[in-house]
Ligand binder design. Structure first.
Ligand code: C2E
Ligand code: MG
Ligand code: MG
Length: 878
């Protein structure tokens, strides 16, 4: 009897095994799996019920409680309902007296199984042998209780005959089946976990942008996965199965084999950085490799993940270069978009006195000096916003409070969306240059003896005064003053006494006049006074001047006391009134000068007004203009050359100076006609003529070995430089004459550049690109600021002869010369001194650092033939 139950149960358990297989097949399809499991368990129950332990007709025992309780426990409600439904229907169909308890014994194990499942999942009941045994006992007790529904004698019969087999077989069966199903379930869980981890791994390897390789211990490619085929040195199909030494250069293959060996011998991942020629060119990689714990086809292997770091390496290199560049001699500052400082270099600290830590996070405002108003900054920001760049001179404050000028360049850095992310500023301390510049200007514009403005400054003020009074409708007066009999003081008492007297004259002039009037000294005992803001009518203005003039005469008449000696020197004054720009500065000066001579002639100690009759001089100019026009047409203007020499006296080149070979007046220098030619617009024609003659000369010299390397400096006037087709004209001359532009130097004056700097720069750049060089003529007599010169494409500064004339005795001239040389050195410009007449001057210049000279010492301006005769050895010229 027991045996029958054992058979029944064994059969059921075996069929349950099938369930395990079925589950594996349907893995991942939960609903279908549940339905199939339910049907299978139901069928299993049917089979059990088909060959049961039969105690009486219609009273059967089989393993259904075991199967259904476990099906409910492991399969859950759906499986249990399907299996239970099938089993219950079949039991119902079998019928007999045991039908009621039989159906109940289908429902009861399902409910028990689901209850156990629920409690177990909640963690309230364990699933182990003991718990399973108690569960099995409970199920069987309930089965027996269900049987009490049978008639009493049947139940008694069951207790007698069936209880033992039921208990002895079904209890262990529940245990076995429970453990068996648990094993199947655990396998299923393990398989699921494996599947998930594999899927994750696959996703991870596919998601990383790295190249992954599996290489065996011989360096054979076993697996290749790459985000981009270009990162490989050949197609992956081509590489698979090949060894490294078959596809890589020997040295590189060796390197990799060593790395593989190192990785195989280590428990931790190993790293390497290498460069490789790939299909996308040379790239740099950073790789990490790890030994595989299980061998592949009997060989040990490594997994290697390589990342393309070419861009990072390049960026790093760029960053390093940028870092070095950042620590340059210039102060550098980087701010964020809100102009808070994020980085500063050492040069910045040196200039401002602030360490980097002190300025980090601070707004750049902290450096402001307050010297420039809000409009300045408004303009700065406007330019910066519009063009992304700004440069200019700005006054900032050092940590110690000192305000100093700096040359500042700011550039905006933008991101891909064109938003400003940073500003980069570079700054140079220009305080030294500035003070040199001011010194030069002071020396150049003020008379060193009296501290009064000199001729240059006076001319400038006079020019301004003319513009101003014509705009305001007022009169102004220019008064020339010459001390009467001053020559005697000098001759009889020496220059020192003379100088002292002149200083006293200057003081008296200043105290007699208003603050806004200009008193200048032209040299010697010549003083000039400029009175502005006089009345709108000539009579009224004249009366005002008479009044001031008599005050002046009176003040100057008073005896002077020098070295306990009294001097009586009155003065003669000559006045010219003006209220428009009709006359030039020179004309006004000339008029005032003429009237001053009138005063002298009238017996000194007087004041004379300019007489329009003197206009005769002016009309003479008009005649001259006509004459120049004729002279140009007749080809009367010719070139004279003056030598330019180097430090050792050797000839380096020449300056072309125009001369007028006048049929009646003989040879005339530029002083006689340049200014008039400039005024009437003939200068362009004259300059182009000189240029053409100069270029023809250069072309001829190119054929003479002794002269081939000489340069020729040609003076050009403002009008010509600004002429629209100037660059084309020069080009045409060069083409026509075949002269080398490398030998041509253009001399321009400072004041000429001031008119329209930007245009001048453009012109000069275009010409310089052709090889033509530029020299600033009469340097020191204009207003050139350092910052200004810096922006011009220059090659040479030519120290004006007025500074050379009094060398080495004049300390002010010497100071100017030295300041110019220092300035030129900082701008990397060559310096030439003109007007060098003797060795002493040359030596003083040389000692100050000047290496190029021009002047009578080396030769006067002379006709071309004479020049060649002097400088070409006899053999060459004959
Ligand atoms: P610059 O260009 O400054 O020329 C130098 C002047 O100094 C020349 O006067 C020259 O003869 C004179 N000089 C040279 N060495 C010495 C010296 O050792 N001592 C003294 N006291 N003087 C010396 P020049 O030839 O009378 O020319 C005067 C100015 O006329 C020139 O000054 C230049 O500005 C202008 N010029 C000359 N040729 C041309 C020309 O072809 N075109 C234009 N636009 N201007 C010209
Ligand atoms: Mg010159
Ligand atoms: Mg000059």
């Amino acid at each position: 009897m027991i045996l029958e139950l054992v058979k029944n149960v064994t059969l059921l358990i075996t069929l349950c095994w099938m369930h395990g297989m079925l589950m594996r097949c349907l893995e991942g399809r939960k609903l279908l799996g549940d339905i199939s499991a339910g049907v299978l368990f139901g069928l299993v129950c049917i089979m059990g019920m088909a060959m049961p332990l039969t105690l009486a007709d219609g009273l059967i025992f089989d393993g259904r409680t075991v199967v259904l309780s476990m099906a409910a426990f492991f399969g859950g409600p759906l499986v249990a309902v399907i299996a239970g439904g099938i089993a219950a229907l079949f039991r119902w169909w079998l019928g007999g007296i045991g039908v009621m308890p039989g159906v109940l014994n289908v429902l009861m194990p399902i409910l028990m199984g689901l209850l156990y499942r629920h409690l177990h999942r909640r963690g309230w009941l364990p699933f182990n042998v003991l718990a399973l045994l108690i569960f099995a006992v409970l199920v069987q007790v309930l089965q027996v209780l269900n049987l009490t529904l049978l008639p009493a004698e049947r139940f008694a019969h069951f207790l007698q005959v069936g209880l033992l087999p039921v208990v002895t077989v079904l209890l262990p069966s529940t245990l076995i089946m429970g453990l068996l199903l648990r094993d199947i379930e655990q396998q299923k869980i393990a398989r699921e976990a494996l599947r998930q981890s594999e899927a994750q791994l696959r996703a991870i390897t596919e998601a990383v942008p790295d190249l992954s390789l599996v290489l065996d211990e011989d360096g054979r490619y076993l697996k290749i996965k790459t985000p981009d085929n270009d990162l490989l040195l050949a197609g992956s199909e081509e590489l698979l199965g090949k060894r490294l030494d078959e596809v890589l250069p020997a040295s590189q293959a060796d390197l990799f084999m060593q790395f593989i060996q190192r990785t195989l011998g280590s428990d931790t991942p190993q790293s390497i950085e290498y460069g490789m020629q790939t299909q996308a060119g040379h790239r740099t990689f950073e790789a990490r490799a790890r030994r595989l714990d299980a061998p592949i086809e009997g060989k040990r292997a490594v997994v290697l993940m390589a990342r393309d770091i070419t861009e990072r390496v390049t960026l790093e290199l760029d960053r390093r270069i940028a870092a070095i560049a950042f620590e340059s001699q210039q102060g550098m500052l980087i701010t964020d978009a809100q102009t808070r400082i994020v980085k500063a270099n050492q040069a910045f600290s040196k200039i401002t006195g602030y360490s980097e830590e002190e300025v980090l996070g601070q707004p750049t405002r902290m450096l402001g000096s307050g010297r420039q108003g809000p409009e300045f900054y408004q303009e700065l920001w406007q330019t910066l916003t519009e063009t992304g760049e700004w440069q200019g001179e700005i006054w900032n404050r050092r940590k110690n409070g000192e305000v100093f000028p700096e040359w500042l360049t700011i550039s905006a850095v933008r991101d891909e969306q064109e938003r400003v992310t940073n500003y980069v500023a570079s700054l140079t301390d220009i305080s030294e240059r500035k003070s040199a510049e001011q010194k030069i200007q002071h020396l150049a514009f003020y008379d060193p003896l009296t501290g009064l403005p000199n001729r240059r400054l006076l001319r400038d003020r006079l020019q301004q005064a003319m513009i101003l009074c014509s705009r305001k409708g007022q009169h102004a007066a220019l008064i020339f003053m010459d001390l009467d009999d001053f020559k005697n003081v000098n001759d009889l008492h020496g220059h020192q006494v003379g100088d002292e007297l002149l200083c006293q004259v200057a003081d008296r002039l200043k105290t007699t006049l208003r603050e806004l009037d200009t008193v200048a000294r032209l040299g010697g005992d010549e003083f000039v006074i400029l009175l502005e803001g006089l009345g709108p009518y000539a009579e009224e203005a004249g009366a005002q001047v008479e009044h001031i003039g008599s005050k002046l005469l009176q003040a100057l008449r008073e005896p002077y006391l020098v070295n306990d000696q009294r001097f009586n020197n009155s003065a003669s004054l000559g006045v010219v009134l003006f209220n428009d720009e009709q006359h030039t500065v020179d004309e006004l000066m000339q008029h005032a000068d003429l009237s001053m001579y009138n005063s002298k002639a009238a017996g000194k100690n007087t004041l004379s007004f300019y007489d329009p009759q003197m206009q005769a001089v002016v009309s003479m100019r008009l005649r001259l203009e006509e004459d120049i026009r004729r002279g140009l047409a007749e080809g009367e203007f010719i070139l004279y050359l003056q030598a330019q020499a180097g430090a050792n006296g050797a000839l380096e080149g020449a300056e072309a100076l125009v001369r007028w070979q006048h049929p009646q007046r003989g040879l005339l220098g530029p002083g006689n006609f340049i200014e008039i030619a400039e005024r009437c617009g003939l200068i362009e024609q004259m300059d182009l003529l000189t240029l053409r003659q100069g270029c023809e000369l250069l072309a001829r010299w190119a054929g003479l070995p002794q002269m081939a390397s000489l340069s020729l400096a040609v003076n050009i006037s403002a009008r010509l430089l600004y002429k629209d087709d100037f660059v084309d004209l020069i080009q045409q001359i060069l083409v026509d004459t075949q002269a080398s532009p490398l030998r041509l130097k253009l001399e321009i004056t400072e004041s000429l550049l001031l008119n329209d700097k930007d245009k001048a720069v453009l012109r000069m750049q275009a010409l310089r690109a052709m090889g033509i060089r530029f020299s600033i003529d009469d340097f020191g007599t204009g207003y050139s600021s350092m910052a200004y010169l810096q922006q011009l494409p220059l090659d040479q500064l030519k120290i004006d002869q007025s500074f050379v004339r009094d060398l080495p005795a004049s300390t002010s001239s010497l100071a100017i010369v030295r300041a110019i040389l220092a300035m030129a050195q900082s701008l990397e410009l060559e310096v030439i001194a003109e007007g060098v007449e003797d060795q002493v001057q040359r030596q003083a210049l040389y000692d100050s650092g000047c290496k190029h000279f021009q002047g009578y010492l080396f030769g006067r301006p002379m006709a071309i033939e004479a020049f060649e005769y002097v400088w070409l050895p006899v053999a060459e010229s004959s």
